[in-house]
Design a protein around this ligand. Structure first.
Ligand SMILES: [Zn+2]
Length: 289
């Protein structure tokens, strides 16, 4: 049994008629650029972006060809670096950002003391901004780039226009909203009940899922900020992981040496979210193995 098969009941809803609205079966998340073979629509995305990344957002990969054609004319590339703020709380959410490849963004809330606490990560399995709120509403959370890279940008009004033309496109984004809600529920439970060590291991594994490699570009300070704890706590955890041969640190990054052992130290929250994705949006959640 792999770590992605732990819950036993995650058979896809193959009899669910909504599943027929997706391009099924979706391939395992191994070759993000494989979409080029499956979608023949000419893509008018700016040539300024890296061509190999243009279709490596898994949500876009899951669209039916006709639905992708409705969005493609309005997609453009944005390169964003780690730490770049996509939205501050209260901003008008007028653009949806879809992370490509290993790009990663996060929703963050700011406490009264100014500390920012991570709420949820969004990688190439999803989109950030205007997906749940239908756009043009003020952002409740801040939205930050965690791992820099390419993002596809789509104005919310163009997404809404396309949704109005296609029930299947609406269903797909509704399904993604359900998965995002599951992530948020799990995040609440995780913060309330799991140790800093478990959460640190979970986050490193989730980051590996997105980067597809063992190098996670992150400092102790960044991990502490993500977990909403002091740096000394995460330094102790990383030191413990290093002593057990699970990770090593390099300047500005953590290198995972033993993924299985790290998984054994993690809570099961990442697996639970992945399992839900695998049922609701099969093939969309990134897998690192
Ligand atoms: Zn947890």
């Amino acid at each position: 049994m792999t770590r992605h098969q732990r819950r036993g009941s995650n058979q896809p809803y193959v009899s669910d008629p909504v599943s027929t609205l997706l391009n099924t079966p979706l391939p395992a998340d191994r070759n993000p650029s494989g979409m080029k073979e499956r979608i023949a629509v000419r893509n008018p995305i700016s040539a300024a972006g890296p061509a190999e990344d243009r279709l490596c957002n898994n949500l876009l990969r899951a669209l039916r060809t006709a639905d992708y054609a409705l969005l493609a004319p309005f997609l453009s590339f944005k390169e964003a670096g780690a730490g770049e703020r996509l939205y501050a709380p209260g901003d008008d959410v007028d653009v949806v950002y879809l992370p490509c490849g290993s790009a990663l963004a996060s929703y963050v809330l700011t406490n009264e003391d100014g500390r920012e606490v991570e709420v949820s990560l969004v990688g190439r399995e999803g989109a950030i901004g205007g997906v749940v709120s239908f756009g043009h509403l003020p952002a409740y959370c801040g939205m930050l780039v965690k791992f820099g890279g390419a993002f596809l940008a789509l104005r919310t009004k163009d997404l809404e226009t396309a949704k109005a033309k296609s029930p299947s496109l609406t269903y797909l984004f509704a399904r993604y909203a359900d998965c995002l809600m599951a992530q948020l529920f799990q995040s609440i439970a995780c913060n309330a009940s799991h140790s800093i060590e478990q959460r640190s291991a979970k986050w490193l594994l989730a980051a590996m899922d997105r980067t597809g490699g063992e190098v996670v570009p992150m400092t102790h300070e960044q991990l502490a900020a993500m977990l909403g704890v002091g740096r000394s706590y995460t330094s102790r955890v990383i030191h413990s992981f290093k002593a057990r041969g699970l990770v090593e640190t390099r300047r500005g990054s953590v290198v995972v040496l033993d993924q299985d052992a790290l998984h054994a130290r993690s809570c099961a929250c990442n697996d639970a979210v992945r399992d839900h994705f695998d049922v609701v949006l099969r093939g969309v959640y990134p897998h690192s193995e």
